[in-house]
Design a protein around this ligand. Sequence first.
Ligand SMILES: NC(=O)c1ccc[n+]([C@@H]2O[C@H](COP(=O)([O-])OP(=O)(O)OC[C@H]3O[C@@H](n4cnc5c(N)ncnc54)[C@H](OP(=O)(O)O)[C@@H]3O)[C@@H](O)[C@H]2O)c1
Length: 172
Amino acid sequence: MNTTLFLSVSIDGFIADKQGIPLFPEGAWEDWCALVNATGNVIAGRSSFEQLQGDPMGAALHPRHKIVLSTQDIDTADSGWTQAGSPAEALKILEDAGVEEAMIGGGRAIACSFMREQLVDHIVVDLQPVAFGTGVPVFGDDVEVSALKLLESQPLNEDAIRLRYQVLRHEQ
Ligand SMILES: NC(=O)c1ccc[n+]([C@@H]2O[C@H](COP(=O)([O-])OP(=O)(O)OC[C@H]3O[C@@H](n4cnc5c(N)ncnc54)[C@H](OP(=O)(O)O)[C@@H]3O)[C@@H](O)[C@H]2O)c1
């Protein structure tokens, strides 16, 4: 199974504004959900999961498998989400379900965890035409991405572009 970290990102490297709101231009959320839905799964952190609960935006996100990562005992009843306690457990659930490409959907803490554990094969970035100045960075400060290979670039509309990278590890 391959793993893909997938995030919408501002041109100054943030995945949400300083209030923690992913305030991207119209259509960005729908574009992001369309790829997740087509792939059929998403892994999200507890904060991102909670942000979606009760938010009308949540309706656009409906992949077959939705995994929330948390170290706590959280209430997922009636939410359609399954809890996992670690990145490895999340990937095992998806692998056992026959998923071929696991979609790691963020937020920052989840992106860091998977990158630090070297569990990310591809990074897909929807580069959105907005700058937040300050906000939630993609990784924070202690993740090193030594080299990436650009596999594909695809315009999403006149102003936004989707970039697909392969994460090159030392042996590659
Ligand atoms: N632009 C985008 O594409 C995009 C996508 C998603 C989210 N976001 C934004 O990202 C922000 C949220 O990011 P965040 O970093 O604050 O939170 P987050 O990554 O969504 O969730 C963090 C929580 O996930 C759990 N977690 C993290 N690493 C774990 C691990 N290795 N094992 C088990 N559980 C783990 C912990 O939950 P417990 O504390 O319960 O243990 C942690 O508190 C929001 O502003 C959201 O809008 C943006």
